[in-house]
Design a protein around this ligand. Structure first.
Ligand SMILES: Nc1nc2c(c(=O)[nH]1)N=C([C@H](O)[C@@H](O)CO)CN2
Length: 118
């Protein structure tokens, strides 16, 4: 299966369950992979035949900023749903990191995988 991926996409967003977290922005980092037919894009050499990683990153960033989610689970699940619907991809794996959120740990987060590989 071919994939298009974006790694370490940094987004500054409201995220968290505590009252103090609702008043600030924190960094989220997103790694995502989506199933894509790279041969079809390569055959035409046109981005219109590809999953445009620039458009994908822009939309994911805006979605996370607008969402103001509490849990990283909710943010990951809703983002995966949105990408599948709007970009027409049959499969996605998304890791959402909230670096520095846990004292004593470098990173925390979740990984979700949704849909079927073609
Ligand atoms: N499984 C989760 N655990 C926790 C979350 C979360 O989103 N998913 N969030 C928090 C707080 O917001 C934390 O990041 C700030 O101290 C705690 N546990």
């Amino acid at each position: 299966m071919d994939k298009v991926f974006v790694t370490d996409l940094r987004v500054s967003a409201v995220i968290g369950i505590f009252e103090w977290e609702r008043r600030i922005r924190q960094t989220l980092a997103v790694d995502l992979e989506v199933a894509a037919d790279c041969a079809a894009a390569a055959a035409t050499d046109r981005v219109t035949e590809a999953v445009d990683y620039k458009a994908l990153a822009k939309r994911v960033s805006a979605f996370l900023v607008e969402g103001e989610f509490q849990l990283v689970e909710t943010a990951a699940e809703r983002t995966a749903e949105m990408v599948r619907a709007e970009f027409g991809v049959p499969w996605i794996r998304l890791r959402l990191h909230k670096p520095g959120a846990l004292s004593g740990a470098r990173d925390v987060g979740v990984e979700v995988e949704r849909g079927q590989c073609p």
